[in-house]
Design a protein around this ligand. Structure first.
Ligand SMILES: [Zn+2]
Length: 435
């Protein structure tokens, strides 16, 4: 059966009890996961595409953030927004330190799916509810977090909230970020009611965190192939974004003779094909998914074609080879067509190895309870956890994605697997933060 992308997890067939038997049998205490999922489902959903448009500091984002605050307050948690606009919900006094933090993000890519980000935040609150249902005794402060502007859909840089916090992006750099309408990040934050002059590194906050665990839908099919509902992350592959500016000469599409043209669309097209060739040759991935054309008229030869390359590989050397090969092809083709080309690396994240001790601890907790070997896998997708891994012990749990589709309306995880994810996260938090 084809499911609508906005449906969220399927309701249980028997109308009540949920089967989290993919990892471990039994049900959750209460149905807060479903209630939260339903409440969040309508926010920022685009009617025509069925996908989500929850971009940083927009009205949809504000609605998501209001939802987060509501969840925090409804549970009697201490709610706060940090200097970088990240939202926190605390159980226990953060000043005690060695806190266990879990959560993810609520913003989306253009026409993104329902699960990327929100699954981690909803599961975090649901896991807390589950632990309270188990009468867990907390020995460490616990927080649920919603990191701001994770996808970078609006300002072109991913993980702005966590990068600022970790000092991986300076306030000056962030102040220069500008969206497609020419609105700068500080103006956008201000319009949303936040103080852009306060942004910057937050080492005191990070010093209070002993472990960060982010649950996320898998953005690939590794778990589907192994037949597991939940896995533990080992590493995030190195990845980056590069902007290619091809500058030619605008002219009339009907009257300009072919030999007289300096058409930047041609080297752009050849660069796209080169990206595919390099990816196939090396086993990496390379994608041109965003393009801007000037003047963008159907009857005009373009003056500028700007294309954004996203590339990721198993290691740094492979990534360098891929991007180097694409650049070489772009320059050769541009020269052949009398077009100038500039290449700018807009962002880059080196390989991230998650904390080995924490990762092994997660695998031990989950393996012990489930009597299973929990798969440990790497991923080509970036996450706030990857940014924070440079500052604090960090780990990730992945929930099976049967089609592997992500960053698209068809992104999906089965209800049983979502429940298994909540249980796994609750087990992990219990193992880390409870007596
Ligand atoms: Zn995400």
């Amino acid at each position: 059966m084809t499911r609508r992308p906005d449906d969220g997890p399927e309701p249980p067939a028997d109308g009540g009890s949920l089967r989290g038997d993919s990892l471990r049998g039994g049900s959750l205490h209460g149905d807060s996961f479903h209630v939260m999922w339903r409440d969040l489902a309508a926010i920022g959903r685009h009617a025509a595409s069925g996908g989500y448009r929850r971009f940083a500091w927009t009205a949809a984002d504000a609605e998501c953030r209001a939802w987060f605050e509501e969840q925090a307050r409804a549970r009697g948690l201490m709610y706060e927004v940090d200097r970088n606009g990240n939202q926190w919900a605390w159980l226990g006094d953060p000043a005690r330190g060695n806190a266990v933090v879990t959560g993810s993000h609520l913003d989306s890519v253009p026409d993104g799916g329902a699960f990327d980000g929100p699954l981690g935040v909803v599961s975090a609150f649901a896991a807390l509810d589950e632990l309270r249902g188990r009468n867990a005794r907390f020995t460490r402060p616990l927080a649920v977090v919603n990191f701001g502007d994770e996808e970078g859909a609006r300002f072109g840089l991913a993980c702005v909230g966590s990068r600022l916090t970790a000092g991986r992006l300076t306030a000056e750099q962030a102040h220069r970020l500008t969206d497609g309408d020419g609105i700068t990040l500080p103006r956008a934050m201000e319009a949303a009611g936040y103080d852009p002059d306060a942004i910057g590194p937050d080492p005191e906050r990070l010093a209070r965190i002993g472990a960060f665990v982010e649950l996320h839908i898998e953005q690939g099919r590794a778990l589907d192939l192994t037949g597991d509902a939940v896995g533990v992350a080992s590493a995030i592959r190195p990845h980056g974004r590069w902007r290619f500016d091809f500058r030619g000469e605008a002219n009339h599409a009907g009257t300009t003779r072919t030999p007289d043209r300096r058409d930047p669309m041609l080297p752009y097209a050849e660069t796209v094909l080169a990206a595919r060739r390099e990816a196939e040759r090396t086993g990496a991935v390379a994608t041109f998914g965003k393009i801007a054309v000037e003047p963008n008229g159907v009857n005009a030869i373009p003056s500028l074609v700007r294309g954004w390359l996203d590339s990721r590989a198993v290691d740094q050397q492979t990534l360098d080879t891929v991007v180097g090969g694409i650049e070489k092809a772009a320059r050769a083709s541009a020269a052949a067509h009398g077009v100038d080309v500039d290449l700018v690396r807009e962002s880059f994240t080196p390989v991230v190895e998650f904390d080995h001790a924490l990762r092994d601890e997660l695998a031990r907790i989950l393996g012990k309870d489930a009597g299973l070997t929990v798969p440990v896998l790497d991923t080509g997708a970036g996450h706030d956890a990857g940014i924070l891994a440079g500052s604090i012990p960090t780990a990730m749990l992945f929930v099976r994605n049967p089609t592997g589709v992500s960053h698209a309306p068809a992104e999906f995880a089965a209800e049983d697997d979502c429940v298994a994810g909540v249980r796994a996260l609750a087990d992990v938090l219990e193992g880390l933060a409870c007596a």
